[in-house]
Ligand binder design. Sequence first.
Ligand SMILES: [Zn+2]
Length: 254
Amino acid sequence: MSSIQEHFKSDKNGHSNDAEQSHRDSGYSPSYGEHAVPQKPLPEKDWPMPKLRIQVADLSSPGSIEFFANLHPTELLREAVMAVLTTLYTPENCPRHVRSVTLYIDEMGGVAHSNGSSLDDDHKEIHLSTSHISNNKQRAKDEIRGVIFHEMVHCYQYNGKGKCPGGLIEGIADFVRLRAQLGPPHWKRGGSKWDEGYQTTAFFLDWLDGKFGAGTVQKINLCMRQPYRVEIFQEVTGQSVESLWQSYKESLGN
Ligand SMILES: [Zn+2]
């Protein structure tokens, strides 16, 4: 087992601080969409672009072949970085500490996960499962893009000094995926609680951004540079998160 593998193994049990943040995502259902992804502006000098790298364990695996048949890795990673930065930040307040992002394409369980490298949290790693690519062959391009955009959020978002609920972390990641028009068609609005995570929280955040103005989710993310407190919703919108969730549910007719 390599030192990298050992690191991932040890990462499975949690991620509670900024320096050692790891996210594992295995709950995705497949995407069937043929969404057009709007062209993101090319990185301008105001937006920091990290060094982008890729490591492929086996170029002849069906998942790797499918990946390269559908996507150019440089474009994929650049667009993912730009989607995250332009959705969650401005050039003035965006994080500039991320020095590199490496995409690992390898056989593994689950869908994907991300973490800081074992040596330095400024070097990020995104791991994508070749099995997941193979299992979503009919819509490989959209599915890979959606998953990578989601994981790229984890490389750049704030986590309230490790105190942010996991559901909000995942919801912000899928909010960026949703805003990039990469939300799979089976995603549905609704859910049982605001911090259920993934698309449930993503649609809630999307509603907040519409109701309280573009930049609302940016503000929530930026508040989480400090230790997370649920009161940040009140401070940003003037209403408690439970009250907001009730209004959201009412807007859906339930
Ligand atoms: Zn995630």
